[in-house]
Design a protein around this ligand. Structure first.
Ligand SMILES: C[S@@+](CC[C@H](N)C(=O)[O-])C[C@H]1O[C@@H](n2cnc3c(N)ncnc32)[C@H](O)[C@@H]1O
Length: 353
């Protein structure tokens, strides 16, 4: 993550902590809050039910899910090399954690749209004057033509209808010059819904939006070929010590999270200068005598492979993290989808983020 994004994330975390300190002193050690957050997490990830509730649930939500919205939104914008500026719409803004990040990252004003008045009241208190709250369904809220960006975190799975309809509802909220950044959970159902939205963009007429991230290509998504597959990112949460203590008390990973995202540029905008390279979409794994890494790029899924006897290439391949972008040349010359990486290409692997 860029230094500017990391700093915006840290400031947003600090403001969440301050907000919690004022309303629930000792929150990071509160068993009641941790239990409430665990219940919400189970309900959200296992039943995929919308989260809503009383004051304890709202604060628990902010303490555990708030940082997730912050770091996942920052990571998605970073991957697309997009900066929040001017007016930004946050669709399904809930208690406002992502809106807070957008403000800390540079937005002058955030229009927070949500159908829950209760959540919006918290968002107003959390974000302050930079937030204009609009209580309405995303599907029928007034559009903001001056928005540079329509962002949505952990709400896409709750929007009505198919992935294509949900995408259209978000597009409608902005103007013709608005980019779109959608972040959601990294499980199969949420991620596939975003990949279906991507497919709708891909198959739409060429004057529609184009893809900025995560995919460095416009071909069909290989994750949609089989019902059992999905593509997700692994985001470093970089939590402050107190937010990390709370995540531990909830019994969840305090270091990383899985998320899925889709970032689209407005029609006519220029594409990424670096072309996006090839994207590492899984962790490298060892097989008999070799290591393999799955990457996605023009033409779809490929595997990079290094033999164990070529130790430098083998070790370098195993060290490449999910989400890294590599030089497309590494995957050229693949036979049956597998490209051999040798010692001469180690430097290209080591340069991965
Ligand atoms: C899981 S919460 C995420 C909140 C916030 N974006 C975050 O990441 O912390 C989903 C939010 O989307 C809102 N929501 C879901 N469907 C909506 C719709 N059709 N119109 C407006 N708000 C909606 C819910 O009220 C809820 O506040």
């Amino acid at each position: 993550m860029s230094a500017a994004s990391a700093a915006a994330v840290a400031r947003a975390y600090g403001r969440i902590e301050h907000f919690l300190d004022e309303r629930a002193r000792g929150w990071e050690q509160s068993r009641a809050l941790a239990d409430a957050a665990r219940r919400l997490s189970e309900r959200y990830t296992e039943e995929r039910a919308p989260v809503a509730g009383d004051d304890v649930a709202e604060l628990a939500y902010l303490a555990y899910f708030g940082p997730r919205a912050v770091c996942a939104t920052a990571a998605a914008l970073d991957a697309a090399q997009l900066t929040a500026r001017g007016v930004v719409v946050d669709a399904g803004c809930g208690s406002g954690a992502a809106a807070l990040l957008l403000v800390e990252a540079g937005a002058a004003r955030v229009i927070g749209v949500d159908r829950s008045e209760r959540a919006l009241a918290m968002a107003r208190a959390l974000v302050g004057d930079a937030l204009r709250a609009v209580c309405a369904p995303v599907e029928s809220a007034p559009a903001c033509r001056e928005a540079t960006l329509v962002a949505s975190s952990f709400a896409f799975g709750e929007l009505a209808g198919s992935a294509e309809l949900a995408l259209a509802a978000l597009e409608r909220l902005g103007g013709e010059h608005s980019a779109l950044a959608i972040v959601d959970a990294g499980d199969r159902a949420h991620a596939r819904r975003l990949q279906q939205a991507r497919e709708a963009v891909r198959l739409a007429p060429t004057d529609r939006r184009h893809l900025l991230a995560p995919c460095p290509h416009d071909d069909a998504c290989p994750a949609l070929a089989r019902e059992r597959d999905w593509c997700h990112a692994r985001v470093a949460k970089a939590l402050s010590p107190r937010l990390a203590a709370f995540a531990r008390a909830v019994g969840r990973d305090e270091v990383h999270m899985a998320s899925s995202y889709l970032v689209l540029a407005p029609p006519g905008a220029t594409t990424r200068e670096d072309g996006g390279g090839i994207l590492v979409i899984g962790e490298a794994h060892k097989e008999k005598g070799r290591a393999r890494l799955s990457v996605c790029g023009p033409g779809g899924l490929r595997f990079l492979q290094a033999l164990k006897r070529e130790r430098a290439a083998f070790d370098a391949l195993l060290a490449v993290p999910r989400g890294a972008r590599l030089a497309p040349s590494l995957a050229t010359g693949a036979t049956h989808g597998v490209a051999h990486v040798d010692a001469s290409q180690v430097a290209a692997l080591m340069a991965a983020e």
